[in-house]
Design a protein around this ligand. Sequence first.
Ligand SMILES: Cc1cc2nc3c(=O)[nH]c(=O)nc-3n(C[C@H](O)[C@H](O)[C@H](O)COP(=O)(O)O)c2cc1C
Length: 173
Amino acid sequence: MTYPTNDSIYKRRSIRSFRKDEISDNDLNFILSSGLSAPSGEGIHPLELIVIKDNTTKEEIKSFYEWAGFCTQSPVSVLVCYDSNKIFAAGYDNDDLGKLDAAACIENMLLRATELGIATCWTHAIENADDYRNLLGIPKNIVPVALVVMGYSDEPFVAKDQFDKNKIHNNKW
Ligand SMILES: Cc1cc2nc3c(=O)[nH]c(=O)nc-3n(C[C@H](O)[C@H](O)[C@H](O)COP(=O)(O)O)c2cc1C
């Protein structure tokens, strides 16, 4: 290995148990800013982020999607959404671009959080889009992609390199 693996890309892990400690506004804003600074297809920038700290809201999320239920233990979660109207207005006949933009934003947030010593887990929201819409008053054209759960963990970040040379194809399959 000739490259450093002790950085946020390799140290990021999905963490599902958290201490109660709050994340400072400064750190949270740094994470959100990093997310919204991701590349955006055609520069449309359709993303909208909903910051969730309210405990009752977290319990509601747990009740309709158990695989994000651990958000009740964490101080803050961010629902990453995109505005499908903005993508259709740019001439597309589907809104796939929104999901790609969301993924880039999410990964930026996960990496920035890791760098700040904050643990995260990307949880799926697309299948529960209407549950999130009903709970949070989100309009129909706004598509929730992921709830990023974040907080402090007792688990250490252990760097892991998942490189597999069998997955690399040179010039052809
Ligand atoms: C698109 C996507 C959806 C995911 N949804 C969930 C989820 O709903 N709940 C969950 O606990 N983890 C979820 N994860 C986290 C994965 O389970 C996790 O990334 C995977 O097991 C690899 O572990 P690692 O993140 O620690 O490398 C999701 C990850 C991705 C990329």
